[in-house]
Design a binder for this molecule. Sequence first.
Ligand SMILES: [Zn+2]
Length: 148
Amino acid sequence: MAMTNEPGDRPVEHDPHPDYLPPRKPWAEPYWEALPDGKLLLQHCEQCNAFAYPPVDERCSVCKSPTSWREASGQARLWSWIVFHHEFFAGYPLPAPYTVLMLELAEGIRMLATLAGAEPADLACDAPMEFLSREVAPGVFIPGFAPA
Ligand SMILES: [Zn+2]
């Protein structure tokens, strides 16, 4: 949802899906709806056992079979990380510097998420990490991970 300031428009006070997040598509709704409940949902293919992240359009990207949603274990290993010292996304609610992680989930796929509850100096490659949902603005949730 884009914020508008045309004459006569009321300013948007609460945008549950601001522009700095990936586009919100109908087939990705279960993913977004689970985050406020502290859950990470992944699409899973019963045919080839592949998991998908980020959400894909209905069918498995490996074998094109239908997928269903499964709650992830929330367990991961830290693959790499980087500290963002500049604002790359307009309006992003985390002030720079903030840390972006590349994680390998226990489900065997990689995902990007933000660091929560720790400093970059606390991180080590292959360290166990644990998922948590982060409310970064009122009603706006993104995935985060903290050292386990
Ligand atoms: Zn598949």
